[in-house]
Write a protein that binds this ligand. Structure first.
Ligand SMILES: NC(=O)c1ccc[n+]([C@@H]2O[C@H](COP(=O)([O-])OP(=O)(O)OC[C@H]3O[C@@H](n4cnc5c(N)ncnc54)[C@H](OP(=O)(O)O)[C@@H]3O)[C@@H](O)[C@H]2O)c1
Length: 281
């Protein structure tokens, strides 16, 4: 049995881990969010991990407002890097394993082949930069760690692209969605399964996880309208016609070969997972 701390547990991913808890009755889960455990307070983090005899920490906490981060450097760095350093040091002291979540936005998107874990990073947004600093805070401070980079996360919990499209699809006759950003969506429930499969292994290092397949945001939107039978025409537009504060990678498909092999995972196809999520809604 392990005492597993899940931080940032009111978010999309943390909520999916709560759903999985019943499948792992051999473990004792402790779920916290900022109200119970503010990760930016190093002393509090230290004593929480020691007092609760934590063996594994799954860090789902993050500053995830990609555009806002361009103006809010201090808080983005504090949560995505400073808090992660606190956690890594506390886990190291307590001999606990740290499973940390990062992002495809650590890459600049100039690849034409799915990114592998050893590809060089070069974020083109402040959010991506702060998450990369978080990765360094992990690898510099603890040996027993797993970092899982993921992309285009959605869930029946929280706010995300799928829910926004469903809402807009009910309100509008047509809308424009970018067709020149290519990647893969990730159903947070599938990521939660991947995370749990990494808990009991001795493997360490950086891993990539998303669903299987390659699409644009436009394709994603069309599929959402289709599955939900929404009578809303989706128009393909270019990123330059949809200005956002933060730059995003044009291509951020992640290669899942390493995580599939090391954690013996079947990675679900993005469309199958999307249907599962929408059925749940
Ligand atoms: N969402 C995506 O599309 C996406 C894509 C790639 C990677 N990721 C990564 O995947 C992970 C999970 O993302 P998510 O979408 O589940 O995030 P989320 O829904 O935004 O949840 C993050 C949670 O962390 C909490 N939090 C913020 N500051 C905290 C602090 N100081 N101490 C403790 N908790 C704090 C947040 O609380 P508040 O809501 O009160 O701030 C929120 O409940 C993150 O590492 C994210 O960077 C996400």
């Amino acid at each position: 049995m392990a005492n597993i701390l899940v931080t940032g547990s009111n978010g999309q991913l943390g909520s999916e881990l709560k759903e999985l808890e019943k499948n792992f009755s051999q473990h004792n889960f402790i779920f916290t969010d900022i109200a119970e455990l503010d990760l930016t307070k190093s002393d509090v983090v230290n004593s929480f991990i020691i007092d609760n005899n934590i063996n594994v920490c799954i860090n789902c906490a993050a500053y995830t407002a990609v555009d806002k981060a361009e103006d809010d450097h201090e808080l983005a760095l504090l949560v995505n890097a400073g808090a992660v350093e606190n956690l890594a040091k506390a886990c190291k002291r307590a001999n606990a394993r740290l499973i940390h979540i990062s992002t495809d936005y650590v890459f600049d998107g100039t690849n034409h082949m799915p990114y592998v874990e050893t590809d060089s990073t070069s974020p083109n947004s402040f959010y991506g930069f702060s998450k990369l600093e978080g990765e360094k805070a992990v690898s510099d401070n603890i040996d027993d760690f797993v970092i899982i980079r993921t992309s285009w996360l959605y869930s029946s919990f929280g706010n995300n692209f799928v829910k926004t499209m469903i809402r807009l699809g009910k309100e509008r006759d047509e809308l424009g969605v970018v067709v020149d950003q290519i990647g893969t969506p990730t159903y947070a429930a599938d990521l939660a399964v991947a995370i749990m499969s990494s808990v009991d292994t001795k493997k360490t290092g950086v891993y990539h996880f998303s669903n299987q397949g390659v699409i644009s945001w436009y394709d994603f939107a069309v599929s959402i309208m289709d599955i939900c039978n929404l009578d809303c025409k989706v128009n393909a537009i270019e990123s330059k016609d949809f200005p956002a504060k933060a730059n995003r990678p044009f291509y951020s498909v992640l290669n899942k070969a390493k995580i599939s092999k090391d954690f013996k995972l079947e990675v679900p196809y993005w469309l199958d997972s999307l249907k599962v999520m929408i059925r749940k809604l």
